[in-house]
Ligand binder design. Structure first.
Ligand SMILES: NC(=O)C1=CN([C@@H]2O[C@H](COP(=O)(O)OP(=O)(O)OC[C@H]3O[C@@H](n4cnc5c(N)ncnc54)[C@H](OP(=O)(O)O)[C@@H]3O)[C@@H](O)[C@H]2O)C=CC1
Ligand SMILES: N[C@@H](C=O)C(=O)O
Length: 268
C-alpha cells in the first residue's frame, strides 16, 4: 500500500480485450484504476461498470500512445502519482502483412506503441517504485516473442523486445520489492484480429484462449511470484529447459576466440 493512498493500477489499452479484462479483475481485487486508451467512451462505460460493481474510483485518460505528446503526458502523470503501485503495459497493435508491404504508418505504430511507449511508461514509474520499494510492472508480450512468423515479423520483433527488456529490468530491480512480470499469451479472443488478414474465425478454436482465462492465469502467475508467465503452457518445465539452453548458449558466446568453423582451412 502506497502511504495513505488506496493503490492505483494503471492499465494501458483498457478499452477492449485483455486490458479491459485486467481492469475488471484488478477492480475486483480492490485497486482503484487509471485506464488509458484512445476510445474514451469505452473507458467511461467500463469505469461506470466497475464503480457500480466494486466502488472502484477510475480515472479515464484518453491518449494515443502512438503520439509523442500523449506518451509524454502519460509519463508525467505517472511520475507524479505516488498512489500508482501497478502498471500494466498492455496497449499494443499488430499490423499483419509482409514487411515490405506494410505502410510506414503501420511500422511506426507497432514500434511506437509496442516498444517506445511501453519503455517510457515503465521508466516513468520505476524511480518511484524503487524509492518506495514496492510496485509491479506487468508487460504484455506474446508467445511470438519466442517464435517469429512471416506476416508478423515486426510485431514479433517488438514482442521479443518486450521480453528482453523485461528480463533485464528484473535483474535491475533484484533485491527490491519491485516486481516485473512479462506475460507471453498465445492467441486470445480479442479485437486485435479484427480486419486483419488472419481473422479470429480462421484460427483453430482449440488454440484460442478467452480474455478472462488469460488474465486470471497471468494474475495467478503474478501471485506465484513468476517473472515470466506463459498462460497456455501446461508444462512449466519447458520454459526452464528453454531458458537453461538460452543461458548456456549465451555463456558460450563469451569467448574471444573465433570458433573453428570460421577459421579458413579448418574443418567444421
Ligand atoms: N489477442 C491476442 O491473441 C494476443 C494479444 N497480445 C497482446 O495483448 C495486448 C492487448 O491486445 P488485445 O487485447 O489482444 O487487443 P485489442 O485490440 O482488443 O486491445 C488493444 C488495446 O490497445 C489499445 N491501443 C491500441 N493502439 C493504441 C494507441 N495508439 N494508443 C493507446 N492505446 C492503444 C486499444 O485501445 P484504443 O483502440 O481505444 O486506443 C485497446 O484497448 C497487446 O499488447 C497485444 O499485442 C499478446 C498475445 C496474444
Ligand atoms: N496474434 C498476435 C496478436 O495479434 C499474438 O499472438 O501476439
Amino acid at each position: 500500500m502506497a502511504g495513505n493512498f488506496k493503490p492505483v493500477a494503471v492499465v494501458t489499452g483498457a478499452s477492449s480485450g485483455i486490458g479491459a479484462g485486467y481492469a475488471r479483475r484488478l477492480a475486483a481485487r480492490g485497486y482503484d484504476l487509471a485506464l488509458v486508451a484512445r476510445r474514451v467512451e469505452r473507458l467511461e462505460l467500463l469505469a461506470r461498470e466497475l464503480g457500480e460493481a466494486h466502488g472502484t474510483q477510475v480515472e479515464v485518460i484518453g491518449a494515443d500512445l502512438g503520439q509523442e505528446a500523449d506518451i509524454a503526458r502519460i509519463e508525467q502523470w505517472l511520475a507524479g502519482n505516488p498512489a500508482v503501485t501497478m502498471l500494466v503495459n498492455n496497449a499494443g497493435t499488430s499490423r499483419m502483412g509482409g514487411t515490405g508491404a506494410l505502410t510506414d504508418a503501420d511500422v511506426a505504430a507497432m514500434l511506437t506503441i509496442n516498444v517506445t511507449a511501453l519503455t517510457r511508461l515503465t521508466r516513468a514509474v520505476l524511480p518511484g517504485f524503487v524509492a518506495r520499494n514496492e510496485g509491479a510492472v506487468v508487460n504484455i508480450a506474446s508467445a511470438l516473442a519466442l517464435h517469429s512468423l512471416p506476416l508478423v515479423s515486426i510485431y514479433s520483433g517488438t514482442k521479443a523486445y518486450v521480453l528482453g527488456f523485461s528480463r533485464g529490468l528484473q535483474e535491475e530491480v533484484a533485491g527490491t520489492n519491485v516486481r516485473v512480470q512479462v506475460v507471453l499469451p498465445a492467441a486470445v479472443a480479442t479485437e486485435i484480429y479484427d480486419g486483419t488478414i488472419l481473422p479470429l474465425e480462421q484460427l483453430p478454436p482449440e488454440i484460442v484462449m478467452s480474455v478472462d482465462d488469460m488474465v486470471d492465469a497471468s494474475l495467478a502467475g503474478l501471485d506465484r511470484g513468476e517473472g515470466i508467465t506463459l498462460p497456455s503452457v501446461a508444462d512449466g518445465a519447458l520454459w526452464d529447459a528453454y531458458d537453461a539452453a538460452r543461458f548456456e548458449l549465451f555463456t558460450a558466446t563469451q569467448n574471444g576466440t573465433p570458433a573453428a568453423r570460421y577459421k579458413s582451412g579448418q574443418a567444421a
